[in-house]
Design a protein around this ligand. Structure first.
Ligand code: DGL
Length: 280
């Protein structure tokens, strides 16, 4: 049975399949330290990138409902795969039934908005999970704003497991990082801008930079998502007033609390306290 949702203001919910969304949380907290946040990682069921539309939608909706139950009125899907495969259905079909006054936002649109001012060649590459690439969301969103930009995508199925298993700095990571960058640039040698279309990938940035030819810009999403959220809250005072401001941040995981706090410290550079939750 669904719990009654509280009408009083609450924290901003940040959701990812695992640890990747912490790269977004970091930037959001830097930009808006005064707000409260609840981060939820569905670590027990990560990765989402290789799962079907139906499953990603089902899991994401469960996570959003959990964050609503925890008092959030605004939830950010800090996961490209969930943004690509579940956001629209949740916004159109579920929110009106759950509570038309709550909001769920994704990370793809804010990332795409900046592209026009970054690329000069008008050839853009996207590195992302298989799910995000297959969904076609990046070319679709880019072409809505910049119809003349040529977009090529490359799925990097090994990159999330490398990050989740803390192998992002290991010699083993070099092979897979180089492989996918080479594949992408073979698809379109005129690419001058690469979007890291997965919130896990900033952890691989030093390896990615090592294998990228000079002159290619890398767009890492956190700062764009943070700026866009700040702007959203300025334009929507009715939502802003439902977000509390005590500068607090709570962490929830569907996996073991110890495992989460150990791994999350790599992303956050700080010790945190974590609560295990069941989402269904
Ligand atoms: N961090 C998620 C994203 O941005 C994907 C990780 C996963 O495959 O679960 O796409």
């Amino acid at each position: 049975m669904k719990k009654e949702l509280s009408k009083t203001a609450g924290a901003i919910g940040i959701f990812d399949s695992g640890y990747g969304g912490l790269t977004i949380l970091n930037q959001i907290k830097q930009t808006m330290p005064e707000y409260d946040y609840i981060y939820l990682g569905d670590n027990a069921r990560t990765p989402y990138g290789t799962r079907s539309f139906e499953i990603v939608y089902e899991f994401t909706l469960q996570a959003v409902n959990k964050l609503f139950e925890m008092g959030c009125h605004l939830v950010i899907l800090a996961c490209n795969t969930a943004s690509a495969k579940a956001l629209r259905s949740i916004q159109i079909n579920d929110l009106p039934k759950i509570d038309p006054n709550r909001r769920v936002l994704g990370v793809i649109r804010p990332t795409v908005e900046c592209i026009g001012s970054v690329t000069h060649s008008k050839h853009v590459g996207v590195l992302a999970t298989s799910g995000t690439i297959i969904s076609g969301s990046y070319p679709l969103e880019i072409h809505k704003l910049y119809p003349d930009i040529v977009v090529s995508g490359e799925a990097c199925p090994m990159w999330v497991p490398l990050v989740e298993n803390k192998e992002y700095d290991s010699p083993g990571a070099d092979y897979f990082v180089k492989q996918h960058i080479d594949n992408l640039l073979k698809k379109d040698p005129e690419i001058d801008t690469i979007i890291l279309g997965c919130t896990h990938y900033p952890l691989l940035l030093s390896k990615i930079s090592q294998y990228l030819p000079k002159g290619i810009s890398v767009v890492s999403q956190g700062e764009y998502v943070a700026k866009s959220l700040k702007d959203y809250l300025r334009r929507h005072p009715e939502i802003d007033k439902l977000c509390t401001r005590n500068g607090e941040c709570k962490f929830l995981t569907t996996e073991s609390e110890i495992k989460f706090s150990e791994s999350a410290s790599t992303f956050l550079n700080q010790a945190i306290s974590v609560q295990k939750v069941i989402i269904e």
